[in-house]
Design a protein around this ligand. Structure first.
Ligand code: C2E
Ligand code: MG
Ligand code: MG
Length: 707
């Protein structure tokens, strides 16, 4: 009725019950003493004489008020993000001690306590402890009151006079003190904090508030003789306290909880983690464990189905995570699709909970008749091995999560080995976020030659990053990172915008070219991509028929159904689709038939070995045959020497790309090359390489304009 220590998970329990050797002993001791006291009081109270000597209606009223006060406690805005409850049953039970005697007060208190335990579905042993310690508190109060007033401990009480007010207040303080010590004892044993520390934590607010409440009890006992209306008037301050405290608690809750899912927010996580670290240090045990969880490709779901659906999925995810988390774990939402779980336990426990959390997504989430399979990746870090402070744990769980995403493992536990590599990559990722804004990115263009005609047919736009400290970072070391972090979307938007603007300029200068832009796998499940491409091309006034989007086999196969939809929509706009790095994925020939595509780019690993490896030669030749017979354009990439050029040119119908024909060039150099190409090629390498005078591509090859 007095002290309420927040239980970790349900927020309403009165104490947490971690395993400890001393704990059961203490619990059983209190329970036994309490039960003995209850049995003795109930057995010895002269119940028959009570109705004639107590004010029945008033007793009933106070009993109901006591039960209501226990079941609907005041929510206190806690310090440091902690939610605490304050029961208001104490003053009414105290009034009952004076008005109806020890027996009635004990019975009412037991009913109130059990009602509250049932409401919170507390385990039997917790309930037994609660009931016993409350009974002992009331017995203590009664003993003090009857001792001071000289009345009989168990007999029906006499009239309450103003003089008794002081005695009742002292009795009330005894009641609080016993309750405070017993609950404090459990918490101290369970958390290994010194009893004095635990008691001090509660002393300020709780004792002061309770003494104020107890004075209401004294007055209730005094005015009861004037009837129930007088008691009703006394309820007003108690109800007002409820309302004010509830409003304050709501504000405090809002500040520390996520409004969508009602889970604790980032600030709350920090506090929970700090607190758990202190607890584990006190108990000299391993832990706590920190689990960071991030949904895979949630942005795609949001984009495709809209934010309201995304929100409903997040709410469902929060519900499942809270259900799957164990008793000693708390779930938080860090924002977006990121969640964090703090757990009192070591590595094995934390890994088990991580598995349970991932397991809760086995069943699809149903929203608006859609069954969506939600996937998540998890990073685990456990104190003290993976960090002794909350900041270290956060950083290392983040590294582990990042590793899980990159390696496509669903759960990854931090290890120092991950660190060197991952910190470096995380740093690149962090820099990448600003690089796009800081104009550190630019494009280079690699020409693609019609080997038969000897002229430039197109260019492939390739991204370059001039890092202020690292120098030139090759795309292979950041495109994968961008894909996994979602940064690929702004990155591709930048590439498309920049490359199409340049294409528009070249077209104005009279160069009719195809422009190839690389897409990542994630774009193929982005249903918004076709509209976005259309909008950028329209803005620059270039026909979409001059745009070739390069995708990989792996990209298509990672989500074939969506990829099909996206590719179809793009082709309907006039965009051409090319399969990049053809031959390196695991795709079957079947998709060549099923998918409508326009171009195959044979991977350079086959092309560069053309002269030395018989198998590669056969593969390249038969692939060219196959593609041409299917009506597809063929690009051979990675041509590095004259012999390879000759071999491919003799085959006929092949577009060539490679260092021997032209390296990726800056805009200025590419423009100069196009000018030279248009003038007839001069002494340029390709002109010699292709064995004839290069000619400019004829204008007007592009047909469908963006309207
Ligand atoms: P990719 O799309 O297959 O691009 C061709 C890569 O091969 C380019 O490397 C190019 O410089 C290189 N290359 C061209 N000819 C030769 C040759 O004769 N020999 C050799 N050894 N290499 C040659 P780069 O620019 O480093 O790009 C590497 C990969 O990065 C690209 O492979 C592509 O997958 C990705 N990438 C580049 N730019 C972008 C972009 O804007 N967006 C996306 N999503 N990915 C990009
Ligand atoms: Mg490419
Ligand atoms: Mg390629």
């Amino acid at each position: 009725m007095v002290l309420s220590h927040q239980a970790r998970k349900d927020g309403g329990g009165r104490f947490a019950l971690p395993p400890s050797l001393r704990l059961p002993t203490f619990l059983y001791l209190v329970a036994s003493l309490g039960l003995i006291a209850i049995v003795a009081v109930v057995a010895l109270t002269p119940w028959a004489s009570l109705p004639s000597s107590v004010l029945l209606l008033q007793t009933l009223f106070l009993a109901l008020a006591a039960i209501a006060g226990e079941v609907r406690p005041i929510m206190l805005p806690g310090q440091n993000f902690e939610e605490r409850t304050l029961s208001t049953s104490a003053p009414f039970v105290l009034a009952l001690v004076a008005l109806a005697g020890t027996g009635a007060a004990v019975v009412v208190q037991i009913i109130a306590s059990i009602a509250d335990d049932v409401r919170h579905r507390r385990p039997l042993q917790k309930s037994l402890f609660n009931t016993s310690q409350y009974a002992l508190s009331v017995v203590a109060a009664s003993a003090v009151y009857t001792g001071l007033t000289g009345r009989h401990f168990l007999a029906a009480p006499g009239e309450v006079t103003p003089r008794d007010l002081m005695y009742l207040l002292i009795a009330g303080i005894a009641m609080i003190a016993v309750n405070w010590l017993l609950v404090g004892g459990v918490v101290a044993i369970a958390t290994s904090y010194p009893l004095a520390t635990v008691l001090r934590q509660d002393s300020r607010d709780f004792l002061v508030t309770n003494v104020v409440l107890l004075s209401v009890g004294g007055i209730a006992a005094l005015v009861a003789v004037d009837g129930v209306p007088a008691l009703l008037l006394l309820m007003a301050p108690v109800i007002a306290a409820h309302m004010f405290a509830a409003a304050a608690a709501r504000h405090a809750h809002d500040a520390t909880h996520d409004s969508l899912t009602s889970l604790g927010n980032r600030g709350q996580l920090h506090y929970t983690l700090e607190r758990a670290l202190q607890d584990a240090a006190q108990a000299k045990s391993d832990g706590p464990g920190l689990i960071l969880l991030d949904l895979d490709h949630f942005k795609d779901i949001n984009d495709a189905l809209g934010h309201p659906v995304g929100d409903r999925i997040l709410v469902e995810v929060a519900r499942r995570l809270s259900e799957a988390a164990s008793e000693n774990a708390t779930v938080h939402r860090l924002g977006g699709d990121e969640f964090a779980v703090v757990l009192d336990g070591g590595l094995a426990d934390t890994k088990q909970v991580a598995h349970d959390l991932i397991g809760c997504f086995d069943k699809p989430v149903t929203v608006e008749n859609l069954e969506l399979l939600v996937r998540a990746s998890v990073g685990v870090a456990v104190a003290p091995d993976h960090g002794a402070t909350s900041a270290e744990l956060m950083k290392n769980a983040d590294i582990a999560l990042y590793q899980a995403k990159v390696e496509r493992d669903r759960i990854s536990t931090y290890s120092a080995d991950l660190d060197v590599n991952s910190v470096e990559r995380l740093q690149i990722l962090a820099d990448l976020r600003t690089a796009l804004d800081n104009r550190e990115m630019h494009l280079v263009y690699q020409p693609q030659f019609d080997l038969d005609e000897g002229c430039i047919r197109g260019v492939e736009a390739l991204i370059r990053w001039d890092h202020p400290e690292r120098g030139l970072v090759p795309p292979d070391s950041f495109v994968g990172l961008a894909e996994n972090s979602g940064l690929i979307f702004p990155l591709t938007a930048y590439v498309l915008d920049s490359a199409l603007a340049q294409l528009a300029q070249w077209r104005r200068d009279g160069h009719q070219l195809r422009l190839a832009v690389n897409l990542s796998a994630r774009h193929l499940s982005d249903l918004a991509l076709p509209d976005q491409v259309w909008e950028i091309a329209a803005r620059h006034g270039v026909p979409l028929t001059s745009l070739v989007l390069e995708v990989t086999e792996t990209g298509i196969l990672s989500d074939p159904v969506r990829a099909d939809v996206v590719i179809r929509s793009l082709r309907e706009l006039g965009v051409e689709i090319s399969i990049d790095d053809y031959g390196t994925g695991n795709a079957s020939l079947n998709y060549l038939k099923r998918l409508e595509i326009d171009e195959l780019k044979i991977d350079r690993s086959f092309v560069s070995n053309l002269l030395t490896d018989e198998h590669d030669r056969i593969i390249v030749h038969s692939t060219i045959e196959l593609a041409l017979n299917l009506g597809l354009r063929v690009v051979a990439e990675g041509i590095e020497d004259q012999e390879t050029t000759d071999l491919l040119r003799h085959h006929g119908g092949v577009i060539g790309q490679g260092f021997h024909l032209g390296r990726p060039l800056s805009v200025a150099d590419m423009t100069a090359k196009l000018e030279a190409d248009a003038r007839g090629g001069g002494d340029s390498v390709p002109a010699r390489a292709l064995g004839k005078k290069a000619k400019a591509a004829r204008p007007g090859t592009a047909s469908k304009a963006v309207s």
